[in-house]
Design a protein around this ligand. Structure first.
Ligand code: NAD
Ligand code: TYD
Length: 352
């Protein structure tokens, strides 16, 4: 078995589904706290699959994590569990410190204790894969080269600062204790099962619900978008063949300004599900107050993972975004299930 944390969230959920789509894959023990961002409906198709064991719990719960490791004896841990939304980290940073830093610390300590008790062959094969973000590197100007693994850490938001801290802990556990870690720092993901507080799903659903499409500031901020299935394939590759103690940047070579992302979504929706009045969804674009401390540009140089492990994304932005829009059109039941009262409260707090 492998232990996946945060496997009911956006990327973790996609990872679990992709992994178990392979009939020969190891089983998954999925530990998730089911915060507002965790949705068991994402894993509905696995409810009768004995290879998937779901446990509702917190990575910060030492007794629970230690017991799970003892009972299930995983050969690897992939740590997705985190608070992940920059805007929420601005309103309330405490949960980010608790889960992203203290939770990761707890997971590392429990895993190290478990690993110490393994026999030599199991010890050698064991991996702790920490899933992190490009946001730890801070913000680029328009002309800066893309982030490489040797860029210094300059996080600017409570979210990125908490992820940076967790990356440092993971690095230290390798150097100090010889604990077998690999870390991936990935750019912005998009795709199915993405909670609609993030830009791409928010815009798709707001467009369909005749609501404003909010663009922060001038909309010229740049993100480097990666289809979530490609992120999952990169993690599988690094988990299997990554060098211990190394970090790998994962990205899609798809730098886009926010305004262009939103206009692309509008164009696809105009084609797939035209507005009743036949006007373009782009008429709903609304410029709103900028995010405090908004990072201007992220861009990933994914050359190392390509050179050393032969990984490259399969999707371009054009193919991935079309699939994503289509997925949201085809899955109103999933959307209905996640758009709860607490989601509506968040929209009110953030956009009113
Ligand atoms: P998400 O917010 O959609 O999902 C996070 C999941 O973790 C949820 O299911 C939640 O219930 C669970 N969780 C939160 N706190 C927990 C805790 N204390 N114990 C156990 N489970 C807990 O996030 P995501 O977008 O799927 O991101 C997953 C990981 O990938 C995060 O570590 C994030 O930093 C990283 N990442 C995300 C992106 C992106 O664009 N979304 C890009 C690069 C890296
Ligand atoms: P987001 O999806 O929150 O990811 P991150 O902040 O981690 O990059 O936002 C992506 C970009 O879109 C970011 O530059 C902020 C911007 N944005 C908007 O312009 N409007 C919105 O309503 C949201 C949620 C984000």
């Amino acid at each position: 078995m492998i232990l996946v944390t945060g496997g009911a969230g956006f990327i973790g959920g996609n990872f679990v589904l992709d992994w178990l789509a392979n009939p020969n894959a190891d089983g998954i023990l999925n530990l998730d706290k089911l915060t507002y961002a965790g949705n068991l409906t994402t894993l509905e198709s696995l409810k009768d699959d004995p290879r998937h064991v779901f446990v509702h719990g917190d990575i910060g719960d030492k007794a629970l994590v230690a017991q799970l490791l003892k009972d299930y004896q995983p050969r690897a841990i992939v740590n997705f569990a985190a608070e992940s939304h920059v805007d929420r980290s601005i309103h309330g940073p405490a949960d980010f410190v608790n889960t992203n830093i203290v939770g990761t610390f707890n997971l590392l300590e429990c895993a190290r204790e478990y690993w110490n008790g393994l026999d030599d062959a199991e010890k050698k094969a064991f991996r702790f894969h920490h899933v992190s973000t490009d946001e730890v590197y801070g913000s680029l100007s328009a002309t800066d080269p893309a982030f490489t693994e040797t860029n210094s850490y300059e996080p600017n938001s409570p979210y990125s600062a908490s992820k940076a801290a967790s990356d440092h802990l993971v690095r230290a556990w390798f150097h100090t204790y010889g604990f077998p870690v690999v870390t991936t720092n990935c750019s912005n993901n998009y795709g199915p099962y993405h909670f609609p507080e993030k830009l791409i799903p928010l815009v798709i659903l707001n467009a369909l619900n005749s609501k404003a499409l909010p663009i922060y500031g001038d909309g010229q901020q740049i993100r480097d978008w990666l289809y979530v299935g490609d992120h999952c394939s990169a993690i599988r590759e690094v988990l299997a063949h990554g060098k211990l103690g190394e970090t790998y940047n994962i990205g899609g070579w798809n730098e886009k300004a926010n305004i262009d992302v939103v206009k692309t979504i509008c164009t696809i929706l105009d084609e797939l599900q035209p507005r009743p009045d036949n006007k373009s969804y782009s008429e709903q674009i609304t410029f709103v107050k900028d995010r405090p401390g908004h990072d201007r540009r992220y861009a990933i140089d994914a050359g190392k993972v390509e050179r050393e492990l032969g990984w490259r994304p399969a999707e371009t932005f054009d193919t991935g975004i079309r699939k994503t829009v289509q997925w949201y059109l085809d899955n109103p039941v999933w959307v209905e299930g996640v758009v709860s009262g607490s989601y509506r409260d968040w929209l009110q707090k953030q956009y009113s």
